[in-house]
Design a protein around this ligand. Structure first.
Ligand SMILES: N[C@@H](CCC(=O)N[C@@H](CS)C(=O)NCC(=O)O)C(=O)O
Length: 204
């Protein structure tokens, strides 16, 4: 399989970490959405990363759809999202918070740093940052109320996505996260201590 995109993207990184954890071999093409848009469009008509090229040439896009396919490949004993019941609902809710916070952080970063000079809208940066912090705050409450992992006794996709979300927010919105989410930071550190996850950290 070939994973398209760099681990700077939290959506790419959660797929890379999940492939590692599930023991599914892959090669990564670290294409950037800024510098390699035409190449990325060749894999994903939306021009976004991640995309995953399967061994039969099929291309999957969107991290949620990709992760669902990986879980199906891994089988119910290994899948990172439980198949059914209250555990599945809990993981999906935590995932909604993690991906939601990540989307708002990406939007805040884009508004602040990617607009041509003078066109950034500070109030919108603040609004988007507050929404990202809201999602992280909800994950912080979940982390504070749980033992090692967010949903039940084992690591799930909720933990990977939450850890990746906090690492990304630390990177692009450091003023927003500093010292504010201690239980979530501890969970993130536990997750990053697992080589399959930690080695996907962005070191650009
Ligand atoms: N819902 C998508 C979001 C992917 C996404 O927004 N990727 C960003 C990088 S973090 C991207 O490719 N942005 C470039 C663009 O939209 O032009 C997913 O989960 O894969």
């Amino acid at each position: 399989m070939i994973l398209i995109g760099r681990n700077l993207s939290p959506f790419v990184r959660r797929v890379a970490a999940s492939l590692n954890l599930l023991g599914l071999p892959f090669e990564q093409r670290p294409l950037s959405t800024v510098d390699h848009k035409p190449e990325i469009m060749g894999f994903n008509p939306l021009g976004r990363v991640p995309a995953l090229v399967l061994d039969d040439g099929t291309v999957l896009v969107d991290s949620t759809a990709i992760l669902d396919a990986l879980d199906e490949t891994a089988g119910p004993g290994h899948a990172l999202v439980p198949a059914a019941g209250p555990q599945r609902r809990a993981v999906l809710q935590a995932l909604a918070l993690g991906t939601g916070a990540t989307e708002k952080a990406v939007a805040a970063f884009t508004e602040r740093d990617r607009r041509p000079g003078g066109l950034s809208w500070p109030e919108q940066v603040d609004r988007l940052s507050a929404q990202a912090a809201g999602g992280l705050g909800a994950l912080e409450s979940l982390a504070a109320a749980s033992d090692a992992w967010l949903c039940g006794g084992r690591l799930t996709q909720a933990d990977i996505t939450a850890a990746v979300a906090l690492d990304f927010c630390d990177l692009v919105l450091p003023g927003l996260t500093a010292g504010r989410f201690p239980a979530l930071a501890a969970l993130r550190d536990r997750a990053n201590a697992i080589p399959a996850i930690g080695e996907t950290r962005w070191r650009g």
